[in-house]
Structures are given as C-alpha cells and as structure tokens.
Design a binder for this molecule. Structure first.
Ligand code: HAM
Length: 444
C-alpha cells in the first residue's frame, strides 16, 4: 500500500522550525498589544458569497483559487418546517472579508469606536506551489475599522498602521525591506482608470504575453502586475492611476506621506501597485524583501500587503465603515528569518544525565524542580553510557548536569558548560540560578 503524504502545496511544520513560528507570534502579539489591537478569530470557512462580493468575482483569488464545496444538506429535522438548504462554502482565502462580516454581524460599529482587530491563522488558495507560495499558508493581519465619526477615514490611521509595520519588522529582526505605497483612488476613480487602461491596452495587447492579452479584456488592472520582461516597455507607457485620482484621494495620499516622513519611515511611490483584491480604495501598500540574494524569497518577495477598503462593509450589506489593514505571510517571515545569518537553534539550559537507571526517578525530580524555576530542561536516561549522554546533551543543551548516587546524597552537582568547557560543582539550591546565567569564560 502506498504511503500517504501531505497534500500538494500544504506541509507539516516541525520543531525546531516551529520555535521560530512561535517566536514570531509572541513578538507580533506584544506589538499588537502596544498599539491597542485585540485578537479576533473568525471561522476558517465562510459563505462563498462573502468572498464573491467582498474580494470580487473577477479577481484571480475568487475566479480560480478558492477551495469551494457544498456539503450535503442536513436531513429535515422534527420540529423544523424547512429542511436546511445546501450552502456553498469556501475555505477562507484571506481574512479581511471575514473580519468585516464579523464587524457587521456583531454590530461593532454601534459602539461608535474604532475597532482594532488582529488575527493569526491559516488561509487557503489554490495557487501554483513554489518557494514562499503554498496552498495552505498563514497570515498575521490586522484591521482598523469603524464609523467615519470615529475617524476611520483619517490618513493618520494609514500612517499609524504603516509605522507599526516598520516597528514590527524591526522587532522581528527583518531589516532589509522596502515599503511600496500607492493610491488606487475612490470607488469612482478606479472604474474611470480601468476604462482608460482598457482603451490604452487595445492597440498594444496583441504584442503582450498570453496572460496580459486575457487580462486586457477581463481585468486590465492585473496587467500592471505582469513580470514578463518583454512586456515591461509597453507597461511603462500605460497611463498611471495617479492621473485618474480625484483631489480628495491625492490629498489623502499626501497626508499619509507627510506623517510617514515625520516619523522617518521610508517609502517609495509605486504607481503600478494596484493589488489583486477589488475592495481597495485610496491607500495600497506592500513591504517587499530586498537584497536577500540566494537565500531570499525570489519572486514571492512580498512580505505583506494591505490597504484601505472604505466601501467593503457596504459591499457585503453593512453600514458605512471605512477601514485599513494588512496581512503578512507568516511562512515568508519564517523564510526571511531563516535566511538571515545568526539564527541559532534554541538550546535547553541543561541536559540532566542520570548515571544508571536507579537514578531515573531522582533525575525526574530534579528536572521538575528546574522546570518549575522556568528553565528549559532536557532529561536523559540512566540506561545511556556517559559518552552517549554527552553526545545527546551537546546537541540539545548548553550544559550537562551529571546526577549519580553521590550527587543525590551530597546535594552537590557537577555541571559542564559546553561553550566554555568548564566543569563546576554547584549546590542543588543554587543550580537554577547558575543555569539561568551560564558562566562567562572568566568565571570559575
Ligand atoms: P494579499 O496580498 O493577498 O492580501 O496577501 C497578503 C500576504 O499574504 C502576501 O503579501 C504574502 O506575504 C502572503 N501570501 C499570500 N498568498 C500566499 C501564498 N499562497 N503562500 C504564502 N503566502 C501568501 C490579503 O490577503 C489582504 N487580506 C490583506 C489586507 C488586510 N488588506 C487589507 N487588510
């Protein structure tokens, strides 16, 4: 019988890599707290209509990348006049639409306050798998949404989110990024631009790649994402969305830039950044990885993307609730951090090596004591010879604690610290403190 494997485009995350995932999540939760964001958890599957109406029928995500299914309807139940009808469901390809649905469903707008919500969780898109692109991937995202009276339309909200992201990447230890910023204008600017673009593409589309020929008809904005080298000279001559923007959108963009300049967050105005989701209005942005070379993310270099969506709530049947948010690809953050030098695996503070199986129970007691003091401890086994214990300890921990009958009786333990090579006798009562601050090469 053949062995079953994880489905193409999905993968298992195993230790020690999961240490890095947890470290990232701990760091981002700390930052979100500092900026007064609270966590939201929405269901992993939603009504398919949510994405069709929210993200847009014509987008790549909705038209070809969603995992959609219709479960068999429940049989009619006693006491219910209507049997439940079969409903088309979709594994969420992104989380913004779900957050806005929850905002509407729980009437969060009625508080009159801005809602600042963050999420961490899996998303699903049927894309062609490659490095940094998976069919189940993880996003860390946040949304700021509320009634206009709470200031949800203010450009300061955009700048605050972007400043938070610069801080967040810094705290994660990702320093080589570039912030690309653009405006896609108001709900009326965009259709005007699409019309202009469609007209400009008509005479040139035939000499472009097959994808662009199709997009020129179905979704002209997507032509701007094309990476084919031979299409670039044509794309450079296409009209820019900036020239279709109304004064309000231009002023909004300028105010975002002024606030970013004031707090020293660098950015680049990228006229081609129109993003692949239909809900965007005004500000759009991406943080891309730069200068990572071989170990970098390659073509999937967008660490995160986001923007403003002032009409999304109304598009899915809610009240007016402008918002702005982002989502980072957690898989890509992990790849970026792994590629950076100096990522050493997390080692235990100590490996306890019992000398003989009779010492096993005493070793477990010692491990319990030290773990109780907050230390990360590996526990060996008394059936191991000392050489084997040393080999295992060297891979897993910063130090080895040898526990024989004499040590148990005297309460004085022998600790060998691997980096310095020092061997020290430590009273049991001081062992926790000793292991928590390993000796430097000058100590004895
Ligand atoms: P998005 O640009 O589609 O935006 O995705 C955001 C980020 O998720 C990307 O920059 C990338 O890092 C990661 N990502 C996307 N697809 C994959 C994949 N197949 N494999 C690995 N990582 C991936 C959104 O999802 C919007 N909801 C962001 C947003 C929030 N806009 C406003 N609020």
């Amino acid at each position: 019988m053949s062995t079953l494997q994880a489905v193409r485009g999905t993968r298992d995350l195993l230790p020690p890599e999961t240490e890095l995932w947890n470290r990232i999540e701990t760091t981002v939760r700390r930052i979100f707290e500092r900026y007064s964001f609270g966590e939201i958890r929405t269901p992993i599957f939603e009504d398919t209509q949510l994405f069709a109406r929210g993200v847009g029928e014509d987008t790549d995500i909705v038209s070809k990348e969603m995992y959609t299914f219709t479960p068999v309807a429940d049989p009619p139940r006693q006491g219910r006049s209507q049997p439940e009808t079969a409903q088309s469901l979709t594994l969420r390809p992104e989380n913004t639409a779900g957050v806005v649905r929850a905002y509407i469903e729980h009437k969060l707008g009625e508080t009159g306050q801005l809602q600042k919500l963050y999420y961490i969780g899996p998303q699903f898109r049927r894309e062609r798998p490659q490095k940094g692109r998976y069919r189940q991937f993880f996003q860390i995202g946040a949304e700021v949404i509320g009634p206009p009276s709470a200031g949800s339309e203010s450009p300061l909200r955009d700048a605050e989110v972007l400043e938070m992201l610069a801080t967040l990447l810094g705290e994660l230890g990702i320093s080589s990024w570039k912030l690309l910023l653009n405006s896609v204008g108001s709900a009326t600017d965009r259709p005007r631009y699409v019309q202009t673009l469609r007209a400009a593409l008509e005479p040139v589309a035939a000499s472009m790649c097959a994808d662009c020929q199709r997009r020129a008809v179905t979704n002209p904005l997507r032509v701007l994402d094309c990476k084919h080298p031979q299409d670039q000279p044509i794309i450079a001559t296409l009209p820019r969305i900036w020239d279709s923007l109304d004064e309000g959108s231009k002023e909004h963009f300028a105010a975002v830039c002024t606030a970013l300049d004031a707090c020293g967050v660098p950015y680049e105005h990228d006229h081609r950044l129109v993003r692949g989701l239909d809900y965007y209005t005004r500000t759009t942005f991406e943080f891309v990885q730069v200068g990572a070379g071989e170990g970098g993310l390659g073509s999937q270099n967008a660490l995160l993307g986001g923007g403003r969506y002032d009409g999304l709530s109304e598009a899915i049947g809610g009240p007016r609730a402008p918002g702005i948010g982002f989502a980072m690809g957690e898989d890509r953050l992990v790849l970026a951090l792994e590629a950076q030098a100096g990522q050493t695996p997390l080692l235990a503070a100590a490996y306890i090596a019992p000398l003989g199986e009779r010492i096993n129970a005493a070793a477990l007691v010692l491990a319990r004591e030290l773990r109780g003091a907050g230390l990360r401890i590996e526990l060996g086994d008394g059936s191991f010879r000392l050489k084997k214990s040393f080999e295992a300890a060297n891979k897993l921990a910063r130090a080895i604690v040898i526990l024989g009958e004499d040590e148990v009786a005297s309460g004085i333990l022998t600790v060998k610290h691997f980096a310095s090579g020092e061997q020290t006798k430590v009273p049991r009562g001081q062992l926790g403190a000793f292991l928590a601050s390993p000796p430097t090469s000058t100590s004895n």
